[in-house]
Design a protein around this ligand. Structure first.
Ligand code: UD1
Ligand code: MG
Length: 460
């Protein structure tokens, strides 16, 4: 990759999105559209990127990260004007630049390397990336002369019916000699259908003055597709999603039904893990090897070790050790550290809690703000009362504890190692290690009472 500064144009509102969120930040598989473009630049070896922002600038800057430089375009006067704002930030730099639209997330490092390589080798004033589309729609058309060289680019809104028939479109990715770009940006005018300063006009001006403009036609037309409305957004999200899944499959992950599996761009999944249908693995997830995830599960920012099964469950912001089993129908909320070989069965919920290795919580429990020691058994229906309506309190349960079914623990409270709670106990005071605690009313049996009542009612 020749040494070039990247200029990414992302100041537009994205009017056609009809959204309060700036177009640059609309997420696809958990990542903002324009971040895909920055990442492609990075991957191709571009060290310095200037991102032009304007509409919702503060929000866009926060959403895209601080590993790039930003230029502000306060009025969106067109892509040519946006480029001028970036060049101001570059100050007196010379050499070549590569300009990219912030709304075409499928651009990849390979094609950027090819474009910049050809540009550097030819010494052209500009080199344009183009593609041939079956349906060129609103893209700018690349008009070539009789010698097949690029002559100019015409926007769809300004094109004649004849020009609209051209299938070769402008990807809006270009390499420029910076000094020449600077010069010709000074010559463009907004005399066009949209009243904007078009960067594309620079190409025609260069050719008019006898400068060489090269073109690279992309083999894969998809990589140049831009997002201008929500139909484009859904279409490209589908293509990107498929790419993410194919990368996982090539890496040894079984995706049983790619059409109903949703994995975010930054997710890592180990080999021999099987992902069943209707499963969502979102931002921040790291999943080990040999796991079985789904069907019908949603994982957000969780870390799973190896050989873990998750069935019909919802897991967020938590970690899980090797060999743990989750579900069906578990809800593990933020802040949990679940150890190895833990069993979390049906209708159990945990929040901000530590469950050490070998804990078994099989059925119908709520554990919040608690720690549970190794190999403790949590009986069905066990509940921590961690909230008094004003504050949250902690429950500390030791190791090898047997919590009888429907134990209710009113926090703050501690249960010592090896203790046993009788079923149905309401624990309000600390329980020493190895003790039996029975905290419920004693059983009263009235012989024949039920039969006598029945007979009375039947007589009446
Ligand atoms: C642009 C090209 C078109 C090309 C298409 C490819 C121009 C005039 N047209 O059209 O030839 O086929 O991309 O996707 O360049 N932006 C700014 N400031 C502005 C205006 C736009 O930063 O004042 C940014 C937008 O945020 C966007 C990018 O530039 O990321 C492209 O702008 P957009 O309005 O989407 O242009 P297109 O109509 O797609
Ligand atoms: Mg666009």
């Amino acid at each position: 990759m020749p040494d070039m500064v990247g200029i990414i144009l992302a100041a537009g509102k994205g009017t056609r999105m009809k959204s309060k969120l700036p177009k640059a930040l609309h997420p696809i598989c958990g990542k903002p559209i324009s971040r895909y473009v920055i990442d492609a630049c990075r991957e191709s070896g571009i060290g310095d990127c200037v991102v032009v922002i304007g509409h919702g600038a503060d929000q866009v800057r926060a959403g895209l990260g601080d590993d790039v430089r930003y230029a502000i375009q306060s009025q969106q006067l067109g892509t040519g004007d946006a480029c001028k704002r970036a060049i101001e930030v570059l100050d007196g730099a010379d050499g070549d630049v590569i300009v990219l639209p912030g709304d075409a997330p499928m651009i990849g490092a390979d094609i950027l390397k090819k474009l910049s390589g050809e540009h550097a080798a030819s010494g052209a004033a500009a080199t344009v990336l183009t593609a041939v589309l079956d349906d060129a729609r609103q893209y700018g058309r690349v008009i070539r002369g009789a010698d097949r060289n690029v002559e100019r680019i015409v926007e769809a809104k300004d094109a004649s019916p004849e020009e609209l028939k051209v299938g070769e479109i402008n990807a809006a990715v270009y390499c420029f000699n910076l000094a020449l770009l600077r010069k010709y940006l000074g010559e463009i005018t907004p005399a066009n259908a949209q009243g904007e300063y078009y960067l594309t006009d620079v190409i025609g001006l260069m050719v008019r003055d006898g400068l060489t403009v090269g073109a690279v036609v992309s083999d894969d037309p998809n990589v140049v597709l831009g997002i201008n409305d929500r139909v484009d957004l859904a279409h490209l999200a589908g293509l990107i999603r498929r790419n993410i899944l194919e990368k996982l499959m090539v890496g040894g992950v079984t995706v049983v039904d790619p059409s109903s599996t949703y994995v975010d761009a930054d997710v890592v999944v180990g080999a021999d893990t099987v992902i069943h249908p209707q499963t969502y693995i979102e931002k921040g997830c790291k999943i080990g090897e040999g796991c079985v995830i789904g069907p019908s599960s949603r994982l957000v920012n969780v870390e799973l070790g190896n050989e873990i099964t998750v069935l019909f469950s919802n897991l967020t912001d938590s970690t899980f050790g090797d060999g743990t089993r989750v579900g069906p129908f578990a809800n593990i909320r933020p802040g949990c550290r679940i150890g190895r070989k833990v069993k979390l069965g049906d209708f159990v919920e945990a929040k901000n809690s530590v469950l050490e290795d070998g804990v078994s919580m099989g059925h119908l429990s709520y554990i919040g703000d608690a720690t549970i020691g190794e190999r403790t058994n949590v009986g069905a229906g066990t509940i921590t009362c961690n909230y008094d309506g004003y504050n949250k309190f902690k429950t500390i349960i030791g190791k090898n504890v047997f919590l009888g079914s429907s134990t209710t623990m009113v926090a703050p409270v501690e249960i010592g190692d090896g203790a046993l709670t009788a079923a149905g106990s309401v624990i309000t005071d600390n329980v020493p290690a190895d003790a039996l605690v029975i905290a419920r009313s004693k059983q009263i049996v009235k012989e024949q009472w039920a039969r006598l009542r029945r007979e009375q009612k039947e007589k009446a």
